[in-house]
Write a protein that binds this ligand. Structure first.
Ligand code: SF4
Length: 349
C-alpha cells in the first residue's frame, strides 16, 4: 500500500513566536542601609501579540522590571545578573548606540504621569514628530544636509503625526497638533503619550500604570485604546499596575510580584478564579465586587516590607495568614510549577 503524506496532514504550530524572554533578571540598588534587591531573579516569556500584566503593591519591583528591560535603571541602581532576550538578542549586552535605536522604535514605554513626560514648551505635534525624526521613520533621503531641507520628508512626518493622533482618538488632530500639553485634559495628554509611543510602530509597549492619574471613565477609554492597538497592530503589551481589576479585564497572563520576587504566574482565568499564593488571595479580597454584597473590603494586614531589611525566609511571612514556622527560615523558596506556565512561590505547595 502506498503511503501518501499531504502537507495539510502535518500538525500546524499556532503558538505565536517568542518576542521577549527574561532570564533571572536581578537589579539592585545600593543604599546606606544595605543592598536593595528591587528585582530578584525575574524570569518570564512574552509572545508576539500577548498582553501580560504585572501586579503588586508599590515597591514590589514592577516598574524596575520595565526600566531594566530598557536599561533605564536610575543611578545608583544596577542590573547585576540575568538576560533580557528581545527577538533572541540580549538587550543587556547591546552597545548604548544600539539601545538608543531600540528604545522608542522597537520597544516603547508609556509612563505613569503624562504631564511630567511631555515637554511643556513644545506643541504636542512637534513632540510626536521628534520621535519619528530620531528613528528616521519616514525619511526619504540620506545625509544630514538633505534631510534638513527635505520638504517631502517633513510633510510625510506631519501626515504621520496627524494619522497617529487620529488613531489614538484625539479629535481635530490637524488643529490639536499645534496645541501645548497644558491645553489638553489628563486623558487627552495620556493619548498624546500613547501616540508618541505608537508613532514608530513598536513591537512591544511597556505601560507603567498608564491610567493611575485618570478618573474611572477615562481609565476605561485608555484601556480600550490599548486593546485596539494590540488587536489591530499585534503589538505586545506589558502592563504594570497595582490594580488587579484592570489586569483581569485587559491581560492574557498575570505575574504577581512582591518584594522583588515573582510570587505567582498564570493565565488571567487561572489566577483570578483560583489564586494559589496567599498574597494574590489577599489582593483579590481587596477588590470590590458588584455581584457580592459586602459590608467592607478586607485589606492585607501590615505594610510592604522595607526592602533593605527583609525578614528571613519568605518576605510575605509577616503579613501572611497561612504562615508556618518554616516560612521564616533562611532557606530557598523556589518557584513551583503547578501546570503549564502556572507558577507559585510558596511552601504550601
Ligand atoms: Fe505564606 Fe509561607 Fe507561603 Fe510565604 S511561604 S506565602 S509565609 S505560606
Amino acid at each position: 500500500m502506498m503511503f501518501s503524506w499531504k502537507l495539510e496532514d502535518q500538525p500546524v504550530d499556532t503558538t505565536p513566536p517568542l518576542l521577549l524572554e527574561l532570564r533571572n533578571l536581578t537589579t539592585v540598588f545600593p543604599t546606606r542601609r544595605g543592598l536593595v534587591r528591587a528585582v530578584d531573579g525575574m524570569s518570564f516569556m512574552l509572545r508576539e501579540g500577548e498582553k501580560l500584566g504585572i501586579v503588586g503593591e508599590s515597591g514590589s519591583g514592577k516598574t524596575v522590571t520595565l526600566l531594566s528591560i530598557l536599561r533605564l535603571v536610575p543611578h545608583p541602581g544596577e542590573i547585576v545578573d540575568g538576560e533580557a532576550l528581545f527577538l533572541g538578542e540580549d538587550l543587556l549586552h547591546k552597545p548604548r548606540t544600539e539601545m538608543r535605536k531600540i528604545r522608542g522604535k522597537e520597544i516603547a514605554m508609556i509612563f505613569q504621569d503624562p504631564l511630567t513626560t511631555l515637554n511643556p514648551v513644545f506643541p504636542v505635534g512637534e513632540q510626536i514628530r521628534e520621535s519619528l525624526g530620531i528613528h528616521n521613520i519616514v525619511s526619504s533621503s540620506n545625509g544630514w544636509l538633505s534631510r534638513l531641507f527635505d520638504r517631502r520628508r517633513i510633510a510625510a512626518e506631519q501626515e504621520r503625526v496627524i494619522q497617529v493622533m487620529r488613531d489614538v482618538g484625539i479629535p481635530s488632530p490637524v488643529e490639536r497638533a499645534k496645541n501645548y500639553p497644558h491645553q489638553f485634559s489628563g486623558g487627552m495628554q495620556q493619548r498624546v503619550i500613547i501616540a508618541i509611543a505608537l508613532s514608530c510602530e513598536p513591537h512591544l509597549l511597556l505601560a507603567d500604570e498608564p491610567t493611575t492619574a485618570l478618573d474611572v471613565t477615562i481609565q476605561a477609554q485608555i484601556m480600550d485604546l490599548l486593546n485596539k492597538i494590540n488587536r489591530e497592530h499585534g503589538t505586545s503589551v506589558i502592563l504594570v499596575t497595582h490594580n488587579l481589576g484592570v489586569v483581569a479585564e485587559f491581560c492574557d497572563n498575570i505575574i504577581v510580584m512582591y518584594a522583588g520576587w515573582m510570587m505567582e504566574k498564570g493565565t488571567v482565568e487561572e489566577v483570578i478564579a483560583d489564586p494559589k499564593h496567599p498574597y494574590t488571595q489577599g489582593l483579590l479580597r481587596c477588590l470590590p465586587r458588584i455581584s457580592e454584597k459586602r459590608e467592607k473590603i478586607h485589606p492585607i494586614p501590615g505594610l510592604v516590607p522595607d526592602l533593605a531589611r527583609l525578614p528571613p525566609g519568605c518576605p510575605f511571612s509577616p503579613r501572611c495568614d497561612q504562615a508556618m514556622p518554616e516560612c521564616k527560615e533562611d532557606r530557598p523558596f523556589p518557584l513551583i510549577e503547578l501546570g503549564e506556565g502556572r507558577l507559585v512561590r510558596c511552601l504550601l505547595y
